[in-house]
Design a protein around this ligand. Structure first.
Ligand code: GAL
Length: 400
């Protein structure tokens, strides 16, 4: 590959991502806070990274590293602490975050829903509450009004199928395990959440480009010679990767792809995270298969919409793993672009070490380490390395 063959298209958004509950701290009005108090996470989120107060420095860090975009989320529980009462201070806060990005030349990518719900809504059924789509659309309209004219890229919902899987099927996240009929209802409801939010936001600001952050798993049959393994692959791929997108694609201006791992199917709804002895695993136990990102982008291209990798990252102790992970996954993105995929950006997960849901604070995904006692930020070598790629818009000459 010659040097120019390593360049990304100009304007490609190299960035980093976070979500409100995982970094802000003190987010006591949401269902996750209550879930943590009932022992649902290894650590409570507590003060997290104190990002609600420290965002000006954190966004400055994004800039300093050489990154061009920052994906973050708006917290519904702060914006609407009681049903129908919108908090001007919270809305101003998120507007200020966007302004901070703008003044530094960092492109904001804003998620309106990233797993958490205000407790007033979860108390009366959450996603399954009869009028939850209307309530979500009203909240989105209010946020859109506050951010109007200042934001281009908006994700209505982060990983709807992960929410259904972890919350309703496995029950390790709120609201807790539910019968199959409610699982299906929740998935369908999240389709109408997006559709209604899309219409509401579009009305307020037609210039906002709206999408979904869709978690994509590279399913493979464990034994390609086994018919059940193959059937399992087809079914899981269809249900998990495609079902939701097939329904919302006509209400999207772009698709966000969150990719982490390959999983091997061993039955209709069964899978194992790792099967090949040569695929190393992250601290989360996820297999590292950059090729899966290439395949995801190539297939998702079939929807005919621009794509952004809205999450991809590794939890590890040895930062050299992160460098290798980023290089290899960016190379996979680059290959997908070379093969014709319209990929506009890549957001590494995560900017900061943060609250990893049920796993608490142990997994470290951050480009930047955070000392939870002092809130001191320490830039990792991988962040500098990634920043250099972002600044030059070019893959490193040697990828190990
Ligand atoms: C995603 C999720 C993020 C983060 C990440 C790492 O599924 O959107 O919030 O937790 O996984 O596990």
């Amino acid at each position: 590959m010659g040097p120019t063959a390593r360049d990304f298209p100009s304007g490609f958004l190299f960035g980093a991502a976070t979500s409100a509950h995982q970094v802000e701290g003190g987010n006591d009005g949401c269902d996750w806070w209550a879930w943590e108090r009932r022992g649902g996470a290894k650590d409570p989120s507590g003060a997290a990274c104190d990002h609600y107060r420290r965002y000006p420095e954190d966004i400055a860090l994004v800039k300093e590293l050489g990154l061009g975009s920052y994906r973050f989320s708006v917290e519904w529980a702060r914006v609407e602490p009681e049903e129908g009462r919108f908090d001007e201070g919270a809305l101003r806060h998120y507007r200020d975050m966007v302004e901070r990005c703008r003044e530094l030349g960092v492109e904001p990518i804003v998620t309106f829903h990233h797993f958490t719900l205000p407790t007033w809504l979860s108390d009366r059924g959450g996603v399954l509450a009869r009028d939850s789509s209307r309530l979500f659309a009203r909240y989105c309209r209010t946020v859109a009004e506050a951010l109007k004219g200042r934001v281009t890229w908006v994700l209505t919902i982060n990983e709807p199928m992960v929410l259904v899987l972890m919350g309703y099927v496995q029950g390790v996240w709120p609201p807790g395990k539910r019968p199959a009929s409610q699982v299906i209802k929740a998935a369908r409801r999240l389709v109408s959440w997006h559709e209604e939010a899309f219409a509401a936001i579009r009305q307020v600001d037609p210039a906002m480009r709206l999408g979904i952050a869709k978690h994509w798993i590279d399913f493979r049959p464990l034994d390609a010679g086994d018919a059940m393994h193959r059937l399992g692959r087809r079914l899981q791929h269809q249900l998990f990767n495609r079902w939701y997108l097939d329904r919302v694609k006509s209400h999207c201006d772009f698709i966000g792809i969150n990719y982490y791992a390959r999983q091997y199917t061993t039955g209709l709804l069964r899978q194992v995270p790792l099967a090949t002895p040569d695929a190393p695993r992250t601290e989360m136990g996820w297999s590292i298969v950059p090729e899966g990102l290439h395949l995801a982008l190539t297939e998702a291209s079939g929807y005919g919409l621009p794509l952004i990798v809205t999450e991809n990252g590794i939890a590890c102790r040895d930062d050299r793993w992160r460098i290798r992970y980023i290089d290899r996954h960016l190379a996979a993105v680059h290959e997908a672009i070379a093969a014709g995929a319209d990929v506009r950006g890549y957001q590494y997960w995560s900017l900061l070490d943060n609250f990893e849901w049920a796993e608490g604070y142990r997994p470290q995904f951050g480009l930047v380490a955070v000392d939870l006692g002092t809130q001191k930020r320490t830039v990792r070598e991988s962040a500098r390395h990634y920043g250099e790629i972002a600044r030059t818009g070019r893959l490193p000459d040697a990828i190990d």
